[in-house]
Write a protein that binds this ligand. Structure first.
Ligand code: FES
Length: 91
């Protein structure tokens, strides 16, 4: 069973902002990854600017409270795996 999780991706447009650094493409890539894995408890959402675009594109994962900075497309599978991998139940 996968846990509830929200992945917020900043894709705010504008010079020097996350959108100009690939945030839009990153947002779609996260959505594809979650859909391909069939994780209904996960949502990928567009985040508002949090004034961290110097480190952009930035991604925030809730409720784990983890920020990722300078995120690249190649980082997407690892981030999804880390936060949304099915949880094993000890028996
Ligand atoms: S545009 Fe992404 S943090 Fe400001």
């Amino acid at each position: 069973m996968s846990k509830f999780c929200q992945i917020f991706v900043c894709a705010t447009p504008g010079e020097g902002r996350c959108g100009a650094k690939g945030g839009d493409v990153l947002l779609e890539r996260f959505r594809e990854e979650v859909e391909e894995r069939g994780i209904p408890s996960a949502m990928v959402l567009r985040n508002a600017c949090t004034r961290r675009h110097e480190e952009g594109p930035v991604v925030f994962v809730y409720p784990d409270d983890v920020w990722y900075t300078h995120v690249k497309l190649d980082d997407v599978p690892g981030i999804v795996e880390r936060h949304l991998a099915p949880q094993r139940v000890e028996t």
